[in-house]
Ligand binder design. Structure first.
Ligand code: SD4
Length: 344
């Protein structure tokens, strides 16, 4: 029997060997990997980021790489059927299909991404394999699924009875109305999801980590806008939109209505602003202001939040609307939940 774990382990080792050549080249060309280490830290979007950060922290505290930490960290919401915004249990598109978007970026500027991936519980690990094993950055739809299956991932039904029920309720009105901060409402452990059919919409975990060696990486994974058109891709798997990491400067990730983030190449913008001297929060604010300035009427009724971490371990966030929370994990405290500042 083909054993997926074993395969991944073997392929991780072999790709590690293959990648060594690449990395030694990268190390020569990216002096920043030799810069002074910042304080190790993991940050991620929304309250479900707390549990994810703790998992990532296990890798960080052992001296592991940030890229391994973010991959392991976001596995937590991906595998959680109660989280209807990411991975298994994610709300489906309007055809009833759970389609997942994810990307990952490491300290060498390597990145991998999958979009519209069905049946695979951990799209982030498929994105990681795209990064580590192929000359490409992004695989989509059937091609991404084929690649995952060829690499030992298991085909699974990701549509839980709860998410199927929500979809059927939504079909009654079939209205497409993004609801602000739905992530928090969906992930309320005390009161499991019970929302009127048209109130589900967007969802994502974006995670950034700075490891003990001072290297930065990030991951972003989501089931995307609930009840989206089949084939719709959001910002989350798009390098520069939903996630961007530059090991010299910092990293950024986004959550909310992906179309507005893509239009403004949001996460890349945040990192470039930090390069110009903006603090993480100022950079996130400026990126939010670009969205608001371009489309004030749309921005009034949607949520977009950016989260950023710089090379020194300083972090910050800014959102269009109130209610954007993010989780912070460091050696001081592992379960901080911070309320991001916002325009409205
Ligand atoms: C998307 N940005 O697919 C994602 C959804 C999201 O908080 O982040 N929601 O557009």
């Amino acid at each position: 029997m083909f054993n997926r774990r074993k395969f991944i382990k073997i392929s991780a080792i072999s790709t590690g060997i293959l990648a060594l050549g690449e990395k030694s080249i990268a190390q020569n060309t990216i002096p920043s990997t030799k810069q002074t280490a910042g304080k190790p830290i993991v940050i991620s979007t929304w309250d479900f980021g707390i549990a994810a950060n703790k998992e990532a922290w296990k890798v960080i505290e052992k001296g592991g790489r940030a890229v391994d930490a973010v991959e392991q960290g976001v596995h937590v919401p991906e595998a959680d059927p109660k989280n209807q915004s990411v991975g298994y249990g994610g709300l489906p598109d309007r055809d009833g299909k759970v389609t997942l978007d994810a990307c990952i970026m490491d300290e060498f500027g390597s990145c991998g991404s999958v979009a519209g991936l069905e049946h695979i519980m951990h799209p982030i690990s498929v994105a990681r394999l795209v990064m580590d094993k192929t000359p490409h950055v992004m695989l989509v739809g059937d091609g991404a699924l084929q690649f995952a299956l060829e690499n030992g991932f298991k085909k699974e039904n990701l549509l839980t009875p709860e998410s199927e029920k929500a979809w059927k309720e939504w079909l009654v009105t079939a209205k497409y109305e993004p609801t602000i901060n739905i992530e928090n409402k969906l992930y309320d452990k005390a009161a499991p999801t019970k929302l009127p059919g048209n109130q589900y919409n967007h969802d994502t975990i974006g995670m950034l980590a700075l490891d003990q060696h001072g290297n930065l990486s990030g991951a972003c994974t989501t089931s995307g806008m609930a009840f989206k058109l089949h084939g719709r891709v959001g910002d989350s798997p798009i390098i520069g939109a939903g996630l961007y990491v530059d090991n010299e400067i910092g990293g950024a990730t986004s959550t909310g209505v992906g179309e507005e983030v893509i239009r403004n190449v949001g996460s890349f913008l945040v990192v470039e602003l930090m390069r110009q001297g903006y603090s993480p929060e100022e950079a996130c604010k400026e990126a939010v202001m670009r969205i608001i300035k371009k489309k004030p009427e749309i921005a009034k009724n949607i949520q977009v939040g950016f989260l950023a971490l710089n090379k020194k371990g300083e972090y910050g966030a800014y959102a269009i609307q109130k209610g954007f929370s993010y989780a912070v994990c460091s050696d001081k405290k592992q379960d901080d939940l911070i309320s991001g500042k916002s325009y409205y």
